[in-house]
Design a protein around this ligand. Structure first.
Ligand SMILES: [Zn+2]
Length: 411
């Protein structure tokens, strides 16, 4: 059914679409069978056409039929159609005139894309796909364009303190590297090798790398290597936050408890098993009951109690704060004490701390905390679960930037 365009209809759609001169609504077609509305628009005849790049008035060349999906009109899928003119610009050649309602390569109007993005913030890709009748690749295109817009707009790296961490894409098999500041994800790189972080530094460029004040990371080798290779003054900037030291020590406590379990009286094993989380808590976070149980068990778990005590001692060193000469000495005393226990798991951590002491001292001096980055990473893991996994890694990486990049993706 073709409606005669009355002033009211065309005005309404011109307004809804935000059309500006020379564009106007020509006809509106309603299909009851397909439940669609198609709005044909076109430039007023004889209107002057401009090159989108230099804004010069140019002679028309030809036109191309194009079609965009727009926001539904009362449950009718709404489509915009137009023959979009191309002009012959002496400087830029044959180019399509600028259109205000859609991006140059999109099959959706800007308003439609923004609505899709709003939905994606609230729910999964699958739900958006069902609700709006869009294919995954259509949604992917909208997302990709939005994230690209946001990244192009973003002023890079005024963040002086950054964190690097890995997040699994598929459980334990495939990883991405996440570079973040306290507030937002700055970049997502493929893999978790030295090369992944090196790529980030390369994109950042030497000048911006020089402006970085701290790079917080865990104590494993790959990221350290990348920083030492590509970051100027890395020895002053790489920081191993207490979170990572505490994590290594908690693992040592747990492993020591497990190995001691086999040596204790059978009757005690159940009680020891029940106490397993207490040993991982900080002393100040223990309940009275937990503390008493630990004290009772330490007679049988001498090694575990020793590792736990040294874990608490390490926390104390950290919270005492940084002193230029004293901090290194205090750590050396700790390292000696840990080695003298002869406990295998603890000796491993002591060696690691000794080898990485320079970065631990940096973290104390720079007062670097990885807490925000860790919180961000657990949100990202939750996002992966909520999406019931991502079909491919590229989409996962895009999702991270979309949700946590704090990008300005407006059209
Ligand atoms: Zn031009």
């Amino acid at each position: 059914m073709r409606l005669n365009v009355r002033m009211n209809d065309s005005n309404l759609y011109a307004k809804i679409l935000g059309l500006r001169k020379p564009w106007r609504v020509l006809t509106i077609t309603v299909s009851e069978a397909l439940k669609t509305i198609t709005v044909f628009i076109g430039p007023e005849p004889g209107s002057r056409l401009r090159c989108p790049h230099c804004r010069q008035i140019c002679p028309g060349y030809d036109s191309r039929a194009r079609r965009w999906r727009h926001l539904d009109t009362c449950e009718y899928q709404t489509w915009i159609e137009a023959d979009v003119p191309r002009v012959q610009c002496p400087e830029h050649g044959c180019v399509q005139v600028g259109i205000a309602w859609a991006g140059s390569h999109s099959r959706y109007t800007k308003k439609f894309e923004m609505m899709v993005l709003d939905w994606l913030r609230e729910t999964t890709i699958l739900a958006v796909s069902r609700r709006l009748g869009l294919s995954w690749s259509a949604i992917d295109g909208i997302l990709r364009r939005a994230v690209t817009r946001g990244i192009d707009r973003r002023r890079v790296a005024n963040d002086a303190h950054i964190c690097v961490d890995e997040v699994a894409f598929a459980k334990g098999r495939d990883y991405v590297t996440i570079v973040s500041s306290a507030q937002r994800v700055l970049a997502v790189e493929d893999g978790r090798a030295a090369e992944s972080l090196r790529r980030y530094f390369k994109v950042l460029g030497r000048k911006r790398c020089e402006r970085l004040e701290s790079v917080s990371m865990d104590m494993s080798g790959a990221y350290i290597k990348a920083a030492l290779d590509s970051l100027p003054d890395a020895r002053e900037k790489v920081a191993f936050d207490h979170f990572h030291v505490a994590k290594a020590l908690s693992e040592a406590v747990d492993n020591t408890r497990k190995s001691e379990l086999h040596r204790v009286d059978y009757g005690l094993r159940r009680e020891i098993h029940r106490s397993r989380y207490d040993w991982l808590r900080r002393g100040t976070h223990l309940s009275d009951f937990g503390r008493e149980r630990m004290q009772a068990l330490s007679v049988s778990l001498l090694d575990t109690a020793m590792v736990w005590m040294l874990k608490e001692k390490a926390r104390e060193i950290w919270h005492t704060g940084y002193h230029p000469r004293q901090s290194a000495k205090t750590w050396q005393v700790w390292i000696q004490a840990a080695r003298q226990t002869g406990i295998t798991a603890l000796r491993g951590v002591a060696n690691q701390i000794e080898a990485r002491l320079w970065g631990i001292l940096n973290a104390m001096r720079l007062r670097v905390s990885n807490a925000r980055a860790e919180a961000l990473n657990s949100q990202i893991r939750a996002m992966r679960v909520k999406a019931r996994g991502y079909r491919n890694k590229a989409r996962f990486m895009l999702g991270i930037l979309f949700h946590y990049g704090k990008l300005n993706m407006a059209h």
